[in-house]
Unconditional design. Structure first.
Length: 501
């Protein structure tokens, strides 16, 4: 009851006319920055941080509530329309979302994304309000062995299970792990796969890899088809900005499953929503194979609904972990931590006592921000989809320019542009030979986490490998992984036998 009373007081602050304006401005600016390829939600918060210095702490943090979720939706817009997710958390929803856009269903894909983000965010934020201490305590049960099991589970789920071909999936996983280990090895200081090139000592940034593989690879792939008989100069877009009853019924289970995946991951410092969004995507793909008419690969609405709900529910509970523990579990949350510290506030157990009025106003503004984003973006879905009416030669040339600007803005390095071009060609070749991109990206994101967790676990146990399966959590994760692999193999064998008959 105390939480409910404090939340109502927070709504009293957040719903004042001036603070509503700041939420709206934050949501609009966050979406606008997030939609630019290569920038993303974390960049949106970083770029807009100086804008708030002239505001009082309450107004500034309320504005950041809009920026926080607006940037996430902007990531999905660029991914769905241009196959260029602004952040790695939007990658999983891009695969089917962009296929929907290419099939003339861009507004429906954006509406699915917006509603999924709303459902996931609302559920997660509600849990934060009432169960923040309980959710935060879950994170204390994860040690190095658990993080390793989590990473291995994600690797297998996105290579052997999600991919149609286990061999191609594992090939993609190997490519991603190779990219992940480039640079200086932290514990030993030795260089790996750098070929003594100084620019490679820091490794290849995830922004460069994501933009190159998804955006530039797609541009080169489309360019190779321009002029062929099957090419279309325009991607048609139907203007219905809402979902039909059938589409809504189809998406609802995926929204709920995605939310269930995302909620616990927000309090686990695994780097963001990549793991739950890919797990949600893999789950929907496996379930799709049981349907009479499988839709994955053709623009499946569940392939957008699940990852989008997972991403925003993770973002919601990540805010709870930040406020209750002072633990930033993603890059965006880390920048939000800097925003708190800018105003002399240190997130943690004492924050609710020392700055309770501001914290509860912020939590209330998270609810307001998601409602504002839903109202703002559902009617604008057809407007965003108008980007697809631009002739392909202009559209993809523009994507290339924005992608290059995004990569250059993140590091101001010409070398990164060269890497982007090279990896873009790799992405094109993977498309040409039907090698999936998802395992590459998840390996790049979680590869360092898996390596660090393995080293820490073996260091703690003095080289005893039994620690890797020494807890109930690791045993459950590995058991689920084995069950998923066996189930996938059996399903593929049955599918081949059916095809032969």
């Amino acid at each position: 009851m105390d939480s409910l009373s404090n939340l109502l007081d927070g709504f009293g602050t957040a719903l004042t006319p001036m603070n509503l304006v700041w939420v709206f401005v934050g949501a609009l600016l966050g979406t606008a920055v997030g939609v630019l390829p290569g920038l993303g939600s974390a960049m949106a918060v970083a770029l807009l941080l100086p804008v708030t210095f002239t505001l009082d702490p309450t107004a500034a943090l309320i504005m950041f509530a809009g920026v926080y979720f607006g940037g996430l939706f902007g990531d999905s817009i660029s991914g769905i329309l241009m196959n260029t997710p602004g952040n790695s958390t939007a990658i999983a929803g891009t695969f089917e979302g962009h296929r929907m856009a290419k099939n003339g269903r861009a507004p429906q894909a954006l509406a699915t994304s917006a509603i999924g983000a709303f459902i996931g965010g609302i559920v997660a934020t509600t849990l934060v309000v009432f169960f923040a201490p309980t959710l935060a305590s879950l994170a204390t049960n994860f040690g190095p062995a658990e993080y390793l099991a989590l990473a291995v589970f994600a690797f297998i789920a996105t290579s052997a299970v999600v991919s149609d071909s286990a061999l191609k999936g594992l090939t993609a996983l190997l490519i991603g792990l190779t990219l992940a280990v480039i640079g200086i090895d932290g514990p030993s200081g030795a260089s790996r796969f750098t070929f003594e090139v100084p620019a490679l000592f820091d490794g290849i940034h995830i922004v460069v890899i994501t933009v190159a593989m998804l955006a530039l690879g797609e541009v080169i792939h489309i360019a190779s088809k321009i002029g062929r008989p099957e090419d279309r100069s325009l991607i048609k877009s139907q203007g219905r900005p809402w979902l039909s009853k059938a589409e809504f019924r189809d998406a609802m289970p995926a929204w709920l499953r995605g939310t269930a995946f995302g909620v616990p991951f927000g309090v686990i410092p695994a780097g963001g929503a990549e793991v739950p969004s890919f797990l949600a995507y893999g789950t929907e793909r496996r379930l799709d194979r049981k349907r009479e008419k499988p839709m994955f690969g053709k623009g499946a609405i569940r392939g957008v609904a699940g990852p989008e709900a997972a991403g925003n529910s993770t973002a919601g509970t990540a805010m709870g972990a930040l406020l209750a523990l002072g633990l930033p579990t993603s890059a965006t949350a880390a920048i939000m931590l800097a925003a708190f510290q800018q105003y002399g506030m240190q997130p943690g157990p004492l924050l609710f006592e020392r700055s309770g009025d501001i914290v509860w106003a912020l939590l209330a503004s998270l609810f307001v921000a998601m409602i504002v984003l839903l109202i703002l973006n559902l009617p604008f879905a057809p407007l965003w989809a108008q980007l697809l009416k631009i002739p392909k030669n202009y559209l993809y040339a523009g994507i290339s320019v924005f992608a290059a600007l995004g990569v250059y803005a993140s590091s101001a390095s010409i070398v990164d542009l060269i890497f982007m071009l090279g990896l873009g060609i790799v992405g094109f070749m993977m498309r040409r030979y039907d090698i999936p991109l998802a395992p590459v990206l998840i390996a790049v994101i979680l590869g360092p986490l898996a390596e660090e967790s393995l080293r820490r676990a073996l260091a703690v146990s003095e080289g005893d490998p039994s620690i890797l399966v020494g807890s109930a959590i690791t045993i459950v994760l590995y058991a689920l992984m084995i069950i998923a692999v066996v189930f996938s193999i059996v399903s593929k064998i049955r599918a081949r036998k059916t095809a032969d008959f």
